[in-house]
Unconditional design. Structure first.
Ligand SMILES: [Zn+2]
Length: 460
């Protein structure tokens, strides 16, 4: 479907400008982020107690999923933890994954970050994610806000911001053991994880295991960790069944999205009717355009657990992206009723409502997007869809304002400046959006004056 036909010339113009932004970024950076409400929630549940045990505020620590098969995790300034999909998939137990997360949290708590030229950029993490989501939406044309694989975080190539030394590594291990004990969990997972991949230290240049290039392992280090872990009263405490299930479901979903169909079917053969297998197959069928099979699998899952919001969300995605937008509205409404606070659900619902031929639901779409953007004010895809919704509703000044916000979220300051100026001219003086447009003008001008080259590099 060509959206540009459905919107005014203004939107055709905006689309072109943003599409250019995407191409320049994509050619320079290959790595990508994944947004998925369910997996993010599982990771947050695994991480929050550990972060709290480290004396940090879980709300101040952002966790990002990097679409990369290699085994890696790292932290950056601004308290961001990045976990590769390879790490999530190769963790055999929740405890192993939690061990690595605890170790990374230890790096943050220990202040192991070196100075970098990004030091002055405060909203660094949210900038990354905002860029990602927006660009994916543009790439897809329609955009997938459900389980989206997102491309092009512009700064990824230069993220070597941790001082990896043996001293820091050992300190982070000790912190990790402490956090795990404080939260009544075993530290054995981290040791298992290290032992499983110990030989990688020898192959330190191996591309497959960057984690151990940056986190050097030694037998002394593992011994020191084991000493502490063995003393913990929780050393033999197993993972809860619930945590095991959540990790397996996250892995099944990721495999469905990331692996080829053959690989999914060999791991999850049709004879396997577990939730995990059905979940992976539902996704791989949908990706392979086998709509009927995908629906069979997801409907079977919904039957077993009708209150699971993520099943309904996946059903929305299957239908919506198969061109059955109107039918997809029921499932996403159900998902929202089961989980009213998820911003990505709201954005998904808004997409489907805006695609309806009539304008009846446009106001509802606008309300949903505005609500999602309260929770994620830097979600550039949300701003992009909001601009489209305003356009559909004939509110062009607000549409320009939303594009200014979207560009600002992506740190495309010359574009945010241009659209904020145009919006300000047309918006009613003194309104919230008029004031915000004025702010964006000032901030964008300042950013451009400060570092014109970088501001342009980021999105030409
Ligand atoms: Zn480390």
């Amino acid at each position: 479907m060509d959206r540009n036909n459905r919107f005014s010339a203004l939107f055709a113009q905006i689309f072109t400008v943003i599409a250019l932004c995407w191409f320049s970024v994509s050619s320079a950076y290959a790595q990508s982020l994944i947004r998925d409400t369910e997996i993010e929630e599982t990771l947050r549940e695994f991480s929050e107690p550990l972060i709290r045990a480290g004396g940090m505020d879980p709300k101040a620590v952002d966790i990002y999923i990097v679409n990369d098969k290699s085994l890696n995790a790292f932290v950056t300034r601004g308290q961001n933890i990045f976990l590769h999909t390879g790490l999530i998939l190769e963790s055999h137990t929740p405890n192993q994954l939690k061990g690595v997360i605890a170790h990374e949290a230890g790096h943050i708590a220990g202040g192991h970050l070196v100075r970098s030229d990004y030091g002055t950029r405060s909203a660094y993490g949210s900038m990354l994610i905002a860029a990602g989501l927006g660009l994916a939406a543009i790439l897809a044309g329609e955009g997938a806000a459900g389980s989206a694989i997102i491309a092009g975080a512009p700064q990824f190539g230069t993220l070597e911001v941790l001082a990896y030394t043996r001293v820091n590594e050992s300190a982070a291990d000790q912190y990790a053991a402490q956090y795990l004990e404080t939260t009544g969990q075993s530290g054995k997972g981290l040791i298992q994880f290290f032992e499983k991949f110990r030989y990688q230290e020898v192959l330190s240049n191996s591309k497959r295991r960057p984690y151990f290039r940056s986190h050097p392992l030694s037998s002394n280090r593992i011994d020191a960790l084991r000493e502490v872990v063995d003393e913990s009263p929780y050393t033999d405490k197993p993972d809860s069944e619930e945590d095991v299930y959540k990790l397996e479901m996250a892995q099944a979903k990721l495999r469905g999205f990331l692996d080829g169909q053959q690989s999914v079917f060999s791991r999850y053969p049709l004879s396997d009717t577990s939730d995990q297998a059905r979940y992976a197959r539902a996704v791989t069928y949908y990706k392979g355009a086998s709509l009927k099979n995908a629906l069979n699998e997801i409907n079977a899952l919904i039957e077993t657990d009708p209150e699971n919001p993520y099943y309904h969300e996946l059903k929305w995605q299957i239908l919506y992206e198969s061109g059955r937008g109107e039918e997809s509205i029921g499932p996403i409404r159900k998902a929202m009723s089961l989980k009213p606070d998820a911003p990505l659900f709201k954005i998904s619902a808004a997409q489907a409502l805006m695609d309806l031929p009539s304008n009846d639901k446009t106001e509802e779409a606008i309300a949903l997007l505005k609500s999602a953007l309260v929770t994620e004010p830097k979600n550039s895809a949300g701003w992009y869809y909001l601009s489209q919704a305003y356009g559909k509703a004939g509110q062009e000044p607000l549409a320009k304002y939303a594009i200014a916000e979207q560009s600002y979220a992506m740190s495309c300051f010359h574009r945010s400046l241009s659209f904020a100026r145009r919006a300000k001219e047309d918006l009613q003086r003194g309104t919230a959006q008029w004031r915000r447009a004025s702010d964006i003008i000032v901030i964008s001008e300042t950013q451009l004056a400060k570092d014109k080259k970088r501001a342009r590099q980021r999105c030409q």
